[in-house]
Design a protein around this ligand. Structure first.
Ligand code: FES
Length: 122
């Protein structure tokens, strides 16, 4: 399928253009999001989270980098010590709070990671 995106008879959403980057006819298997959109991200970098290096793709939020690194929770609730991390992912729930470079109570899902950031969790 080519041209403007839409959904086909099988209900799958199609892209806005033809398949590129050698993914012709291969279906979805093995197709990464980068390949699907033809992205060429700049070189990655690291931030430090509680002293540990965490890789970041430029443009990722702190929350996305943590999630990609397999870190699903990074704080607990005041009452009950329940674990929290990304929940809504859009800045509404405040479950993902972190401290970045000494600035407290930032929502990880909305805070873009920058090279050299020092992230601390509670
Ligand atoms: S995950 Fe809900 S505000 Fe960040």
């Amino acid at each position: 399928m080519s041209g403007v995106g839409g959904s086909g008879p099988d209900g799958r959403v199609s892209g806005a253009s033809t398949v590129r980057n050698g993914d012709e006819g291969g279906g979805m298997s093995g197709a990464s999001p980068y390949r699907l959109v033809g992205a060429r991200p700049e070189p990655g970098f690291e931030v430090r989270v509680d002293g540990r290096p965490v890789p970041v793709v430029p443009g990722q939020t702190v929350g996305a980098a943590l999630h990609a690194a397999g870190i699903r929770t990074w704080r607990t609730t005041r009452f009950g010590d329940r674990r929290r991390g990304l929940f809504c992912g859009i800045g509404v729930c405040f479950d993902c709070l972190v401290t970045v470079n000494g600035v407290e109570n930032l929502r990880a899902c909305l805070t873009e990671a920058r090279p050299g950031d020092e992230v601390t969790t509670s």
